[in-house]
Ligand binder design. Structure first.
Ligand SMILES: Nc1ncnc2c1ncn2[C@@H]1O[C@H](COP(=O)(O)OP(=O)(O)O)[C@@H](O)[C@H]1O
Ligand SMILES: [Mg+2]
Length: 384
């Protein structure tokens, strides 16, 4: 086994004692083990004060159950990474490193179709768990280097990306396009180069680009020069990832996949759809969100499922938070004890409605799902 292989093995097994003894790694167990329903936050960034950077807060998420151990581990890693960062841009990008220790394991803070999780794990986790297989034959210089998570806003794309990083033992650099622009001060190419070099330094890494369509959208005539130069640099760096064990995995999230440049879609052959949840999925999400709440006899998860068609995960969370707040408002004293009645939810639903998609957006998402991707050539006769 090569030194690099050894490195991966020790790296994984030091984080997860089961790995390396064959306990987790096989395809039998590669699906999500999502039985635990821990409700966790997905705050990230350097939260320890070690790197002198304020923690980044994502969405108003569910409460973290990770204690000081996670914080100490992350602080230790950050100290090491800080010493590896060279130059202005790499140092700035330290702010974008997610504290994966704070993300609940086993996808405990989300309810996502296990098949979707499996698809993503196949191209991330598996390459770490099976270094020999991924270093052989066609996989040796040709692994899948990117994926796109696409679907309406609030369907859990960011949540899933972070969950996969945690479960796959990847480190994660999370950068939204807006954030990269803010950091680059006109040095578009340099910030992208630093993104990839920093990702290699802290490997194994997932580089997660949120709102990817803003930076990696179709190259239109007349668009701003700096957008194009950022994208060109990104594509060039991406092309260099086919081989090399320290190459990061590129994960993009977008509500507008149909706006992504065909060159981007070609580099991310795995495109994973997160749609508005079905009734069964809403049941799962509500179960998770309300697991610590007491429901009055006049309300049940089943009833809430029926009342919330087309609600996304984010809508459901906001609705439940509003209902609980309503209940607290009615209480005379501060207490952890409360019972949520149907009237609290009904009142919340007056304000929190399902996020409606415009007809055009729905149509465009549907077309994308049917594989009518931009740049797709009509099939030739001999392909039939
Ligand atoms: N499938 C889900 N399971 C549990 N919570 C969810 C789910 N989808 C969305 N949420 C809630 O909505 C919030 C926003 O979701 P997010 O991942 O940011 O959506 P997106 O990135 O697709 O816009 C999450 O932080 C979470 O609280
Ligand atoms: Mg998001």
């Amino acid at each position: 086994m090569s030194g690099v292989d050894d490195y991966y093995r020790t790296k994984i097994s030091s984080r997860n004692p089961d790995v390396g003894q064959g306990a987790i790694s096989g395809p039998r167990s590669r699906g999500p083990r999502s039985t635990s329903r821990g409700v966790g936050a997905d705050s990230s960034g350097c939260s320890d004060g070690e790197c002198g950077i304020q923690p980044e807060v994502f969405d108003s998420d569910l409460e973290s159950e990770i204690g000081d151990v996670g914080k100490a581990t992350h602080a230790k890693k950050m100290r090491k990474w800080k010493s590896l960062a060279k130059g202005k841009f790499e140092k700035m990008l330290l702010e974008c490193i997610v504290n994966t220790e704070e993300i609940p394991p086993d996808y405990g803070n989300m309810y996502v179709d296990p098949k979707v999780i499996g698809k993503l794990e196949r191209v991330t986790r598996m390459s770490l768990l099976r270094p020999k297989a991924f270093g052989h034959g066609v996989l040796a210089g040709n692994r899948v280097t990117g994926a796109v998570l696409w679907g309406p806003p609030g369907t859990g794309k960011s949540l899933l990306a972070k969950g996969v990083a945690r479960q796959s033992n990847f480190n994660m650099i999370l950068a939204s396009t807006a954030e990269l622009w803010q950091k680059c001060h006109g040095d578009d190419e340099k910030v992208i180069t630093a993104l990839f070099s920093m990702a290699r330094k802290i490997h194994p890494t997932i580089v997660f680009i949120d709102e990817a369509d803003a930076m990696l959208g179709s190259r239109k005539a007349g668009e701003k020069r700096h957008i194009r130069s950022m994208m060109n640099q990104f594509l060039m760096e991406w092309d260099g990832l086919k081989s090399g064990k320290d190459a990061p995995f590129i994960l993009l999230a977008t509500n507008r996949p149909f706006d992504l440049d065909p060159a981007v879609l070609r580099r991310a052959p795995m495109q994973i759809h997160l749609d508005i949840p079905t009734a069964a999925q809403r049941r799962g999400i509500l179960d998770l969100i309300l697991k610590k709440e007491t429901l009055a006899p006049d309300v049940s998860i089943e009833k809430l499922v029926k009342l919330t068609p087309r609600y996304t995960g984010s809508d459901l969370k906001n609705m439940c938070v509003t209902a609980a707040t309503e209940c607290v408002w009615e209480m005379e004293e501060d207490s952890k004890e409360r019972t949520l009645y149907l009237r609290h939810f009904k009142s919340a639903m007056v304000n929190i409605k399902a996020t409606g998609l415009s007809k055009t957006m729905e149509h465009e998402l549907r077309s994308f799902g049917r594989n009518e991707k931009p740049g797709t050539q009509p099939r030739r006769q001999e392909d039939e």
